[in-house]
Design a protein around this ligand. Sequence first.
Ligand code: UD1
Ligand code: MG
Length: 450
Amino acid sequence: MSTSLIILAAGQGTRMNSDLPKVLHKVAGAPLLVHAMRAGAALEPERTVIVTGHGADAVAKAAMDFDPDAQVVLQDEQLGTGHAVAQAREALADVTGDAIVLYGDTPFIQPETLTAMAAARMYSDVVVLGFDAADPGRYGRLITDGQTLTKIVEFKDATETERAITLCNSGVISADAKVLFDLIDAVGNDNAAGEYYLTDIVEIARSRGLSASVVRCDEAETLGVNTRAQLAQAEAAFQSRARAEALENGVNMTAPETVFFGFDTYLGRDSIIEPNVVFGPDVTVESGVEIRAFSHLEGCHVSRGSVVGPYARLRPGAELAEHVKIGNFVEVKNAQIADGAKVNHLSYVGDASIGKATNVGAGVITCNYDGVFKHRTTIGENVFVGSNTMLVAPVTLGDGSMTASGSVITSDVPAEALAVARARQANKPGLARRMFEKLKNLKAKAEKGA
Ligand code: UD1
Ligand code: MG
């Protein structure tokens, strides 16, 4: 059966104390909203509707960046979760199958949990995701009768006895889409908050002879972000899970607690990650790679057997083939580096390609930007780029060529040629000694005068 997602993301997030809408705050380099969308993607949704309000344009953009097919609807006034869901009605008017409601500020719902909910829909008209809370606080309470769910009571409206219940509402609710909107129609706002509660649909469903049940998940999955402190907690929770998974998958880390992952970092088996390495979004590392201490990687691919760092920076578009060496204080951006090539010390390689087995000496810089345009540097195979060569792009170094160190290369170098582009050295015999004498005399005079 097909499922559509309704993701609620209209809230302001006042307690974040931020100009940025809450759902755009990031965990592991991705907006909270994208985490929710990724979780929902496990259901291969027929349609995804994002309910926006505060910061609607920015939220819409983030949603479309992740899924260009996502539909964005606007909830002008935030009158409650039930009212928010109602905004998705038109966008889902023609779909058949289920709708599942997720929150944009709840990033850790696991795909398996959503699959379990879809399975529970086989025998239940409304399925609610619940969890046993260590501290139930102000969560809505699930009132059950054996296996069935009778109703959800919001904390503000709950009696003392109901408040004592620890089975809480995560907010994730699923039903047939048409049934969901029919139930929402009957929701009023006569309650302590004066809001249209999505949660009221359970009691309404039961009064209509429909069934409702609870699927339980771990409390950690329902962690919602309302404050900066919770955002930091969410990051910590994400990182500790990512580290554990990497170790499980055969990645070697001596100090995993110092390694930070992006939301989609992929590390191959037997890769070695030294301490204090940070992965931004979109990094894939093949097996047997060594990422040495204090390196920063984002938007890059590192192939088998390569060594990166210590203190290296790989920026978006850096593609390292096999057995490449990128050493300390080297920055690589939008550059393809072929098998066995080495850039070992203090270099900037941007908008470039480097051929097989080429050696780039210390301090080499691709001067890729003229202040307006970016230009490419193309370096062939088995090239020796002398230390401190400036490669003023666009420029090409042919296979097997060499540049003399300190050269400023402004025109192409043919294959197997040696390019020298610096002033010739002249030695003046005895001049250093005479200079020293003159300077020392000047100093002595100055000190006497003082
Ligand atoms: C809600 C549930 C509560 C549950 C808790 C779990 C209701 C009535 N209550 O309470 O049972 O235990 O979540 O965290 O559903 N939103 C909109 N538009 C609105 C109102 C909310 O888009 O008009 C969005 C918010 O941005 C947020 C989500 O819906 O992402 C939940 O809203 P929130 O106000 O946090 O609900 P709670 O009071 O926490
Ligand atoms: Mg909340």
